[in-house]
Design a protein around this ligand. Structure first.
Ligand code: LMR
Length: 408
C-alpha cells in the first residue's frame, strides 16, 4: 500500500449534535429566537458574561505576572490545592490518600482519569442512561469498556432508584461507576443523601470504584450542598476519582479549567498514582493551559475576591432556581422542573417536537429535548412555555412579558 492511501482508512464522522445546535441557532435570522441548547449560563439579557471577580483577577495577573515559563505536567498546584477545599471540603483536601492535578477542563480530567483506569486494568465503566453525550466516547477512546445502567424514569421525571441499583448489581469487582456530583446533565436530577449512602455501601461491598464528574458545583443548591454527596461518598469508600470543571461556576468555559483528584485506599498508593497521572498528562497535553487556573487561584487566594465570586455564583444559582419555579408553574408536564436542579431539564417531548419547535417557534435545543434553563428570561419564558404546551397538545398558563405568572 502506498503512503498516500493511509488516511483513506478514516471514515466520515457525524457532527457533534450539541455543538451543531450552536451553529443552527447562530444562522437563524429570526429576532425572537430562543437558545436553550448548549449548557452555558446566561444572564437575564441572554449574555454569558465574564464574572466580576474573574475580571479583577485578570487585571491583577496582567499587572503582576512576571513569567509564563513552564510549570510542569501538574499545572498550577496551588490552584488545585485551593480548589480541593472548595470541592472536597477541608478534611478531604488535607487527606494524604488524595492527590490532584490541574487539567484542561472537566473533559481533560475525565480523560486523564480514564487513561489512569485503563493503566490500572479497570473493568467496565458503568454510565447511567441518559448521560452527557461525551461521557461514553471519553472512556471508549481510552480503551475501556462502557456499560450502561438504568438511571432516569422519564414518566416520573426522577431517578428510578430500583432500576438504578438493580442494574448496577451486574457490576463486577474492579468495575467503575460514573456519577454526576450534582445537577445531572441532562436530567437535572440529584441523588439524595440516602442514595449516596446506598451507593457508597454498594461500592464497598462489591469492590466498585466511583468516578464522580463534578461540573456544576454551586449552580444547584449552593457550593457546599452540591458537594455534600461527593464528600460523603469519598469518606466512605477506599478508592475514588473526582473530575472537576470550573467552566460553569467560574464561567471560564473556553479557558478550559479543570482538575482531577484520585483517592487511594492507602497513603503509600497515592505516590505511584500521582506519578502515573503526571506521566499520562505529559503524553496527553504535556502541561495544562495556565491562564484560567491562574485566575481561579488569584480569586481563591484573596478573601475579598473569593467573597465576590461566591456572591455572583449565588446570584446565578438564584436566577436558575427562580426560572425553575416559574416554568414548573406554567404547565403540569413541567412541574418536576421545580424538584430538579442546575442548568438542565429533559422535556417530555420527542425529536419531531424538537424539530417543530425549531421550525415554527425558533426554539433551539438538542434532539433529546434537553433544555438549558438559563437560556430563558422574563421576556421569553411565556412564549417558550406556550410553544412547549402546543407541542404537548394543550395550553400553558400565561406569563406576562415581565415574567409574572398570570392566574388561570
Ligand atoms: C453541555 O452539556 O451543553 C456542555 O457541557 C457543553 C459540552 O461540552 O457539551
Amino acid at each position: 500500500m502506498s503512503g498516500a492511501s493511509l488516511l483513506t482508512a478514516l471514515e466520515r464522522q457525524p457532527a457533534d449534535a450539541l455543538l451543531a445546535v450552536i451553529g443552527l441557532h447562530r444562522a437563524d435570522p429570526r429576532p425572537d429566537k430562543i437558545d436553550v441548547g448548549v449548557g452555558v449560563y446566561r444572564d437575564a439579557s441572554g449574555a454569558t458574561p465574564v464574572m466580576r471577580a474573574v475580571k479583577r483577577a485578570e487585571a491583577r495577573l496582567l499587572a503582576e505576572q512576571q513569567s509564563k515559563s513552564y510549570l510542569g505536567a501538574e499545572g498550577d498546584q496551588r490552584y488545585t490545592d485551593l480548589l480541593a477545599e472548595i470541592a472536597l471540603g477541608p478534611d478531604l483536601a488535607a487527606s494524604d490518600r488524595i492527590t490532584g492535578v490541574q487539567t484542561p477542563g472537566g473533559t481533560g480530567a475525565l480523560r486523564l482519569g480514564a487513561e489512569l483506569l485503563a493503566r490500572a486494568r479497570a473493568g467496565a465503566v458503568w454510565v447511567g442512561t441518559p448521560t452527557w453525550p461525551n461521557h461514553e466516547p471519553i472512556f471508549r477512546e481510552a480503551g475501556l469498556t462502557v456499560r450502561r445502567h438504568a438511571y432516569f424514569d422519564a414518566s416520573a421525571a426522577g431517578i428510578d432508584e430500583a432500576a438504578f441499583f438493580g442494574s448496577l448489581a451486574a457490576a463486577a469487582p474492579g468495575d467503575v461507576v460514573l456519577l454526576h456530583g450534582c445537577c445531572h446533565n441532562p436530567t437535572g436530577t440529584a441523588l439524595s443523601p440516602a442514595q449516596w449512602r446506598r451507593l457508597a455501601d454498594m461500592a464497598v461491598a462489591r469492590g466498585l470504584t466511583p468516578f464522580v464528574d463534578l461540573a456544576y458545583q454551586g449552580l444547584g443548591q449552593g457550593l457546599d450542598a452540591d458537594a455534600a454527596g461527593v464528600r460523603r461518598l469519598l469518606s466512605a469508600v477506599p478508592e475514588a476519582l473526582v473530575a472537576y470543571s470550573c467552566d460553569k461556576n467560574f464561567a471560564l468555559y473556553r479557558d478550559r479549567v479543570g482538575a482531577l483528584w484520585v483517592q487511594s485506599a492507602m497513603p503509600q498508593t497515592a505516590v505511584p498514582v500521582r506519578e502515573t497521572m503526571l506521566v499520562l498528562a505529559r503524553s496527553l497535553w504535556s502541561m495544562p493551559p495556565d491562564h484560567g487556573a491562574a485566575i481561579v487561584r488569584t480569586i481563591l487566594e484573596d478573601p475579598e475576591l473569593a467573597a465576590e465570586w461566591r456572591a455572583e455564583l449565588e446570584e446565578m444559582c438564584a436566577r436558575i432556581n427562580g426560572l425553575r419555579s416559574l416554568l414548573a408553574a406554567v404547565h403540569p408536564a413541567l412541574a418536576p422542573i421545580a424538584r430538579q436542579q442546575g442548568l438542565f431539564a429533559l422535556l417530555p417531548i420527542d425529536g419531531a417536537a424538537v424539530e417543530e419547535l425549531r421550525a415554527e417557534h425558533a426554539i433551539y435545543m438538542p434532539a433529546s429535548g434537553r433544555i438549558n434553563i438559563a437560556g430563558l428570561n422574563a421576556d421569553n419564558v411565556g412564549r417558550f412555555a406556550a410553544a412547549i404546551a402546543s407541542c404537548l397538545g394543550d395550553t400553558a398558563a400565561a406569563v406576562t412579558p415581565g415574567g409574572t405568572l398570570l392566574p388561570a
